[in-house]
Design a protein around this ligand. Structure first.
Ligand code: MGD
Ligand code: MGD
Ligand code: MO
Length: 764
């Protein structure tokens, strides 16, 4: 008889039966540190991350507990720090040894593994190399290009979410001073459905909970996020909740180990006894893109329970006083049939009713969600379904309850708060105009996807990137890379080399900057920056390491350098003065946002910082009617392409050894993948139905693509417990399959997590 165990003999694929965390995590930290020969100033860099006197961990946006006095262990935070504080250097000599054409053949890992950029560099067409350039010349070239635009919208100002509030504020000031609202940012690929969906529902595009709320919730719903890898410090919170008896329900097509069981590396008993804590008490393997219908199904079942129990389940007083639209939503979800719900969600009626009973019986519920929810064609509306569910029982604006979007980059939320937004509100622009003696542009600017279209059309003359890896993070590299090459001048403010930097048009500049871990000294002395976490807490971050090179400038200093070169010494903005003392930048932020940032400089100096106003947490709804809104359309969230013969939906994921486009290593420990990333996870029956078996080499081609170019070839099939009709592969390798047009209709967020594909044996 054939061996029935999954994936037997497939190279690099092993079973992983342990809990997440534990000794494996400790070992991985040691490995990350030695591999990068990380410099740890006085042994303190790691110990001082997320401490009152240290730097904010660049790993994720999960808040740190107010009262921590000791280092909170986090494997992937340690990797992020090790990657930045490495002793490897990409010096001018390294660039002299390799042409750009050659570097383009290297892997994403190899490019960044060259180490920290040390000098400003300019692309030289004659030698096809990056050569050193003086800072003043780099600023002058950028200023010239911006000065000679026919129209300000020929410039794009891209930001990745690691930039501090100070850098981000100066960046938007520079762009608006130039005259454009073209601020595509990583948020456009990430939580934009949150920024677009939540304001209509609750009057604010951010989460409503605090970390303390997790101590009071008796039910935590987890939709589409993988905290063991992407928000590891959240595991402490989930573990504590589980231990004190709170129920955790996971909705995810893949069984993620950390959501099943977790061993806390700080817990001497768990470490000594090799025991662990169960996390989710039930795991619902929703079909890819099936969340909206799953939630509507839960609502339908909750309404039925409410009817059975003479109206004791819903919070009717809350619904009456605080909301609008309940009757409409009730009619829509009651009108859905169980057949439709089961087919759309991939869950059975029994599973949905079980989840509904847990919700109906819970006193206080927190609902957490991540990219598994936001990167589909209907995500803005799916986010609103999550709110509907919470509103039924008044689960927003009281202790232990609320909505908790897990933000991505460590300051992506703060960047939006201080003005990195292509669709700024009129109130914000008016405020800018009051503070600065120039008029901000009113026309809305480009999202990431719109920026690529503008580049493709030859409309973009200058691209300035404040961090990130724009072209690799974006969909459809075939088109996006070509579009990037049409830009006249690209200016990249970065810590490390990546592929986007190599996709030069006529001219390209690489401007090396300080990272979070590094000491930042300006004319006015040693500086701190500020960041905002997922829960609207703002706090200071101060680097501790010596800079990777004496040529590095801080991000604010680089932006101010461009501003000063462009607008001269008599400008209405005192660029050099702002770069010299970040207190002055914070004063301007306070002037533009007097309510949110009142006494900014004083409050950020208090240990732990301060919380920005979050009106929904006080049941204040800044919607046009002043009420929270139940919002729904029949079949919201259904992806019509599901269920077509042959077509599977592919979701793209992060491995445990990567940070977005930064690939630390080739392992994905908790999913049992070692030494490779060229795999596709599939249900055994979907594999068999195509006459294939685990270990076979296959091709994935984009369905509904008439170019035939969007394909991934020669990947290896891996069996996995995943719903039928669903596949998973790693980002960014699978981005070639994502069409630029395939995005959430309202927010423009690419549908990276529901990519229609066909699967066949590898041809050739
Ligand atoms: N170490 C590390 N930390 C990170 C990052 C990193 O790359 N590495 N990235 C940072 C950034 S920018 C972000 S945005 C966050 C990302 O953090 P996550 O939101 O956790 O990101 P993903 O790895 O994309 O995983 C999404 C999860 O959604 C599930 N999923 C996929 N499709 C669906 C679906 O249709 N429905 C549901 N319910 N689930 C689905 C996947 O199985 C996976 O478990 O992490 C941040 N932190
Ligand atoms: N298929 C697929 N595609 C996706 C996703 C997905 O789930 N699936 N996720 C999307 C999401 S959620 C996001 S947020 C985007 C990420 O998109 P980006 O934010 O653009 O990408 P990163 O990979 O985080 O950027 C890495 C680069 O940032 C630079 N860097 C690192 N630290 C610093 C710093 O302190 N300062 C500066 N100036 N530069 C620095 C380094 O040069 C490094 O190479 O990708 C999106 N793309
Ligand atoms: Mo993100």
């Amino acid at each position: 008889m054939a061996d029935r165990r999954p994936n037997v003999g497939v190279p690099g694929i092993h079973r992983y039966d342990n809990a997440a965390g534990g000794w494996g995590a400790l070992k991985a930290v040691a490995g990350a540190l030695s591999d990068q020969a990380t410099v740890i100033e006085g042994g303190k860099t790691l110990l001082r991350a997320n401490q009152p006197e240290g730097f904010d961990c660049p790993g994720c946006a999960w808040p740190d507990p107010k009262h921590t006095s000791s280092f909170e262990f986090c494997e992937n935070g340690a990797k992020a720090v090790a990657w930045e504080a490495t002793s490897k250097r990409a010096t001018p000599e390294v660039f002299a040894a390799h042409t750009v054409t050659e570097l383009l053949t290297w892997s994403d890992h190899a490019l960044e593994d060259l180490g920290r950029l040390t000098h400003p560099m300019a692309y030289d067409r004659a030698t096809d190399r990056y050569l050193p350039i003086a800072w003043d010349d780099a600023f002058a070239r950028t200023a010239d290009a911006l000065r000679t635009l026919d129209h300000p919208d020929q410039a794009e100002f891209y930001a990745s979410g690691r930039a501090s509030n100070e850098a981000a504020f100066l960046f938007q000031l520079l762009g608006r001073r130039v005259g454009t609202n073209n601020f595509p940012d990583c948020s456009n690929m990430c939580h934009e459905p949150t920024s677009v969906g939540l304001p209509d529902s609750i009057g604010m595009g951010k989460g409503s909970v605090t970390l303390e709320d997790f101590d009071h919730a008796d039910l935590i719903l987890s939709f589409g996020h993988n905290p063991g890898t992407n928000h590891p410090r959240m595991m402490t919170t989930l573990r504590d909740a589980s231990r004190r008896g709170a129920t955790i329900l996971a909705f995810n097509p893949l069984k993620e180990r950390a959501l099943e069981k977790f061993a806390a590396p700080q817990d001497p008993v768990e470490m000594a006894t090799l025991s662990s804590t169960p996390i989710a008490s039930a795991y619902y393997q929703v079909a890819i893109g099936g969340d909206a219908l799953a939630v509507q199904g839960i609502m339908k079942a909750v309404l039925a329970l409410d009817a059975e129990s003479q109206g004791t389940v819903l919070d009717r007083a809350f619904i009456a006083e605080h909301t609008e639209g309940f009757e409409m939503v009730k009619a829509v979800v009651e009108g859905l049939t169980w057949d439709e719900i089961e087919a759309g969600s991939g869950l059975s009626r029994g599973q949905i009713e079980e989840a509904a009973r847990a919700y109906a019986g819970a006193k206080a519920t927190i609902l957490c969600y991540g990219m598994g929810l936001t990167q589909h064609r209907n995500s803005s509306s799916t986010v609103q379904q999550l709110v509907n569910l919470l509103l039924l029982k008044g689960n927003i604006g009281r202790p232990g309850a609320g909505i908790c979007p897990l933000r991505g980059h460590s300051n992506v939320q703060g960047d939006r708060t201080v003005g990195i937004w292509e669709k700024p509100s009129a109130a914000f622009l008016d405020s800018m105009d009051r503070v600065f003696a120039f008029k901000s542009p009113r026309d809305h600017g480009h999202t990431v996807v719109e920026t690529i279209a503008a580049m493709e059309a030859g409309q973009t003359r200058v691209f300035v990137g404040l961090g990130g890896n724009f072209a690799v993070a974006a969909p459809d590299p075939t088109r996006t890379f070509a579009a990037m090459r049409k830009v006249g001048l690209s200016v990249h403010v970065a810590t490390k080399l990546n592929r986007t930097h190599l996709l030069h048009g006529a001219e390209s500049l690489l401007l090396p900057c300080l990272g979070r871990t590094e000491i930042d000294v300006q004319a006015g002395g040693r500086q701190a920056v500020t960041v905002e976490d997922s829960m609207s807490m703002v706090h200071a971050s101060r680097g501790l390491n010596a800079p990777a090179s004496d040529q590095l400038k801080s991000e604010p200093a680089i932006i101010a350098g461009i501003g000063a070169a462009l607008f001269g010494p008599d400008d209405v903005v005192d660029w050099p003065g702002l770069a010299g003392n970040y207190d002055k930048i914070r004063d301007l932020i306070e002037a533009v946002f007097p309510e949110a940032f009142a006494d900014y400089n004083a409050r950020v100096r208090q240990p732990g910082g301060f919380r920005l106003p979050v009106p929904p947490s006080e049941r204040v709804w800044k919607t046009p009617s002043g009420k929270a809104q139940f919002l729904v359309h029949r079949h919201d969230g259904q992806d019509a392409r599901r269920g077509q013969a042959d077509v599977l939906l592919l979701t793209t994921l992060r491995s445990h050894d990567q940070y977005n486009t930064t690939i630390y290593g080739q392992n994905d420990r908790y999913r049992g993948v070692f030494g490779r990333r060229d795999v596709v996870f599939a249900h055994p029956d979907d594999i068999a139905a195509r006459g294939l078996k685990a270990g076979d080499r296959i091709d994935l081609t984009a369905a509904f693509d008439d170019t035939g170019r969007r394909a991934v070839r020669g990947f290896t099939l891996v069996e996995r417990d995943i719903p039928r009709g669903c596949l998973a592969a790693y980002y960014p390798e699978a981005n070639v399959l994502v069409a630029l047009e395939d995005h959430d209709r309202r927010s423009g967020t690419p549908a990276y997590k529901s990519v229609p594909v066909r699967l066949a044996a590898h041809a050739g």
